[in-house]
Design a protein around this ligand. Structure first.
Ligand code: SDX
Length: 378
């Protein structure tokens, strides 16, 4: 019997193959199907990026138009879902709402358990189209506002901001949000993607796999970090207070949210793209102090812990970006989820195309040959 090596947290273990994201953690490189994230952020759209991830190539003009149209058809929720959302406690956490409503979508699908690749793609498109509407409907309902129904003539990003705010976004805001969607879409075998692959590997259904992934993403060590970054920025009164705040936290071995990564030991290239956006948006929206605090934190962390390979990750500057776009703090991680549905779905399709049930081992470290002590003697 081969003695397997124990890798806590599966650190360094290759558990899947993928044709979607290539990550070089030492060099700080991220490519989607070979195209650098910087080029995609500059030239692509979220819809085009999703097509790329799911089809492993860029679409032709007519293919993209068709894909956009198919997605727009899925902005409107199945009947009955609106009532479900508007019966939830208004104090519910949006990530719990997404997890619950994605799970509920299975009950509105006539064949929820079909998981041949074509059915999986169709369900993935449904969830990708419905999810922004779920978030926007819940947010307006909890604020006591009229729901704004989707506008199928708008892009994914334009439509989400329209449903959320009740007015069409400026081209700059729509573009900023779209860049966030592009940069968060996929990232190899991160925890939530692994969760999705583990669940679908039992040949369970797409809704269960995406529901499990949402549950993983909300954790503060993963997608929940962007909300933690914003809470940190709110705790620091001014740039002058950053030095003390950061050094005291580090002295207590506290984690600075938005920094560090299991794979990147250089600056996350997505942080670089989002940093430029955060700087521009902060200046445009009169929140330059927010960016200044973020940049000062990065300077201090560079001096204190860069030597340990701790740099900003995707969550650090996405917080300032989402805040300047006008999103509520507890909608930050839901934004990560909206985008990552693309990556989770791509991995679900890859897993179904070449499946092997995930079943690692646990190393037993308990006792042996223990007696069964009768209750009278315990
Ligand atoms: C995402 O996997 C992905 O790809 C995820 C993601 C994606 O796109 O899906 O990129 C998105 O989840 C980004 C990460 C968001 N999380 C955070 O920002 C939370 C704060 N970061 C950390 O908790 C931590 O960096 C992790 C969880 C992200 C990674 O941690 P590891 O690989 O388990 O590293 P570790 O906990 O073993 O830490 C190694 C050392 C420790 O110091 P020592 O005990 O060796 O002295 O680095 C220190 C840690 O204390 N450290 C930090 C730190 N992160 C690690 N110290 C201060 N602040 C931090 N943020």
């Amino acid at each position: 019997m081969t003695t397997a090596t124990f890798a806590k947290g599966l650190e360094g273990i290759v558990a899947s193959e993928t044709e979607m994201s290539y990550i070089d953690g030492e060099q700080g490189v991220l490519e989607y199907v070979g195209i650098s994230i910087g080029d995609l952020a500059k030239h692509s759209t979220f819809e085009e990026t999703v097509f790329l991830l799911w089809n492993k190539r860029l679409p032709s003009k007519s293919e993209l138009a068709h894909f956009e149209e198919e997605l727009q058809k899925r902005y409107e929720l199945p009947s009955g879902m609106e009532q479900r959302i508007c019966s939830l406690p208004k104090t519910a956490e949006p990530m719990h709402v997404i997890r619950t409503m994605v799970s509920a979508l299975a009950m509105h699908d006539p064949s929820p358990n079909d998981n041949d690749v074509e059915s999986a793609r169709a369900k993935a498109l449904n969830i990708l189209g419905y999810a922004p509407t779920i978030v926007a409907y819940f947010d307006r309902y909890r604020r006591g506002l009229e729901l704004v129904h989707p506008d199928k003539s708008l892009t994914f990003s334009e439509n989400f901001l329209y449903m959320l705010n009740g007015e069409k976004p400026t081209p700059a805001m729509a573009k900023a949000f779209d860049l966030c969607m592009i940069t968060h879409a996929d990232h190899g075998l991160n925890n939530s993607t692994f969760a999705a692959r583990v669940i679908i590997s039992t040949l369970s259904d797409v809704y269960s796999a995406i529901t499990g992934a949402v549950g993983s993403l909300r954790g503060p060590l993963h997608g929940g970090a962007n909300e933690g970054v914003m809470k940190m920025l709110n705790e620091i009164d001014s740039v002058a207070d950053v030095e003390n705040y950061v050094t005291q936290k580090l002295a207590k071995k506290d984690r600075i949210m938005g920094f560090g990564h299991r794979v990147y030991k250089a600056k996350d290239p997505r942080a670089t793209d989002l940093q430029k956006l955060a700087k521009q948006l902060a200046e445009d929206t009169g929140k330059a102090d927010l960016y200044a605090k973020s940049h000062k934190i990065e300077e201090i962390m560079e001096r204190e812990v860069a030597s340990k390979g701790i740099y900003p990750n995707v969550d650090f500057y996405s917080a300032t970006t989402y805040h300047c776009i006008g999103l509520e703090l507890d909608l930050f991680t839901p934004m990560f989820a909206l985008s990552r549905i693309a990556g989770w779905s791509g991995h679900i399709i890859e897993q179904l195309s070449d499946n092997r049930l995930f079943r690692p081992k646990a190393q037993y470290v308990g006792p042996h040959d223990a007696p069964y002590t009768p209750m009278s003697e315990r």
